[in-house]
Write a protein that binds this ligand. Structure first.
Ligand SMILES: NC(=O)c1ccc[n+]([C@@H]2O[C@H](COP(=O)([O-])OP(=O)(O)OC[C@H]3O[C@@H](n4cnc5c(N)ncnc54)[C@H](O)[C@@H]3O)[C@@H](O)[C@H]2O)c1
Length: 415
């Protein structure tokens, strides 16, 4: 322990606007203070509805990062997360440990009765996803379990979701997500270099995009086809014990949905020389929406960059028969609007997700304090992992993967 015990949860009325209206703050414990744990910490320090009570990490440099980041707070630092779970002042925990550790921590958090935000991916095996969802259903004590999916809250992507929900572009038919980015960063113990520890690239990072597909299209997958490989990155690396990296660095994944919509992910992880890190293109019967997300490294918003585009088709083309013999001139094609959706500079500075982490934490704390529902349930988290596993199986086998088969395996694990 390197700090005195924290004061009780209710803070003085003058501390912040949230508390001036007499509301309680959610006492939070962070498990794992590596890259994303620190991003949560920095954003929680900006959030009036939260108070950081404790953080746990067995790795001293990660604990040191937490100390540097939260020097002004009275946070308790521990090396064993089991000790953190015993603290009454901790109302909710955020699990930020490596992917292969989530299932174990989640099991212990469920026994503790605390609320939980678990970082994606929920787990890395089908059976662990089934188990987590089944165990949550059995809980007698009502606690909030939310799987972290920051991409839903990136401002441009949030706008695209809101417009799609409002029906701006009609019935949704195709959704393409392109991620062109830098290779995987170095992590503690290099857990992200192998399929065994990370679940594989399409589980580890692309579960974000599979979650977006289900959320935006509001439908379940039917079939998954994929092709991918490790052709450029980490080819000569070892993890110190001579075992080579085996993770994908590029892939195409096509998913057919029950609704009849189709979606495609294009992933390339040696493409940081790009204007946008993610490009989301959604097309419906009445038009097209495009949302662009900045590189994770961006720390200053540029208002001259177009990051959102809406094209609404000419109504005559939507409702009439298409019998033209010449391409339509641009002025006949419909109404195209482009804009820059701003990102709060303070939030841009506080993390790598364009303010999305703050937004997600705000919603999580509000739901936990007010007895609300998770916007991203453990089932949502599980489905995103299963889509990634299906895509990886398709790459290995060269065959399409039936979602019914994935579901059979998933439900079998719940018994
Ligand atoms: N939602 C997002 O956008 C996003 C972004 C980055 C990472 N993540 C996820 O967050 C998790 C962590 O990723 P990271 O990039 O921070 O990795 P990291 O390696 O930087 O940090 C992981 C930390 O967990 C600690 N840890 C390991 N075992 C522990 C234990 N038993 N108890 C407490 N701490 C323990 C490690 O010491 C390390 O400090 C991963 O699951 C990753 O997929 C999510």
């Amino acid at each position: 322990l390197i700090a005195p015990p924290p004061p009780p949860n209710l803070i003085s009325l003058s501390d912040c606007s949230f508390c001036r209206i007499g509301m309680e703050r959610l006492g939070i414990g962070i498990i794992g203070t590596g890259c994303i744990g620190i991003e949560h910490l920095r954003n929680l320090l900006l959030l009036p509805s939260a108070r950081i009570v404790a953080a746990a990490d067995p790795y001293q440099p990660s604990r040191q990062s937490a100390v540097q980041c939260a020097a002004s707070s009275d946070m308790l630092l521990l090396d064993d997360y089991q000790e953190l779970l015993k603290l009454d002042e901790v109302d909710a925990v955020i699990i930020c440990t490596p992917n292969d550790h989530h299932a174990e921590v989640l099991e212990h958090v469920m026994r503790s009765g605390k609320h939980c935000l678990v970082e994606k991916p929920l787990a890395i095996h089908v059976q662990d996803c089934s188990k987590a969802v089944a165990e949550e259903r059995k809980l007698s004590q009502r606690a909030l379990f939310w799987c972290a999916m920051e991409y839903r809250y990136i401002p441009t992507i949030a706008r695209l979701i809101a417009e799609a929900d409002r029906g701006t572009i009609g019935t949704l038919r195709t959704l393409t997500i392109r991620e062109n980015r830098f290779p995987f960063l170095r992590k503690v113990d290099n857990w992200n270099r192998t399929n065994a520890r990370s679940g594989g690239t399409l589980v580890e990072k692309c579960c974000h995009f599979f979650d977006l597909m289900r959320r935006i299209l509001k439908s379940e997958p039917r079939r998954v086809f994929a092709s991918g490989g490790q052709n450029v990155n980490h080819l000569t690396e070892t993890d110190g014990s001579a075992s080579a990296s085996d993770i994908l660095d590029n892939a195409y994944v096509i998913i057919e949905f029950e609704s009849g919509a189709r979606s495609m992910l294009e992933l390339c992880m040696f493409a940081e020389a790009s204007k946008h890190q993610e490009e989301v293109c959604l097309i419906g019967t009445h038009g097209k929406l495009e949302a662009f997300a900045p590189s994770h490294g961006l720390k200053r918003d540029d208002a001259t960059i177009i990051n959102f585009r809406r094209g609404i088709r000419n109504a005559a083309f939507v409702h009439g028969e298409w019998d033209r013999t010449e391409p339509p001139p641009p002025e006949d094609c419909g109404e195209l609007t482009e804009e820059h959706i701003p990102i709060d500079p303070q939030l841009l500075e506080a993390g790598n997700h364009a303010g999305a982490t703050f937004e997600e934490l705000q919603r999580f704390t509000t739901a936990a304090l007010g007895g609300g529902e998770a916007e991203v349930s453990l089932t949502d988290g599980a489905m995103a992992v299963l889509m990634g596993i299906a895509a990886q199986r398709s790459i290995t086998s060269g065959l399409p993967i039936s979602w019914a088969d994935m579901m059979e395996e998933y439900h079998a694990g719940m018994i």
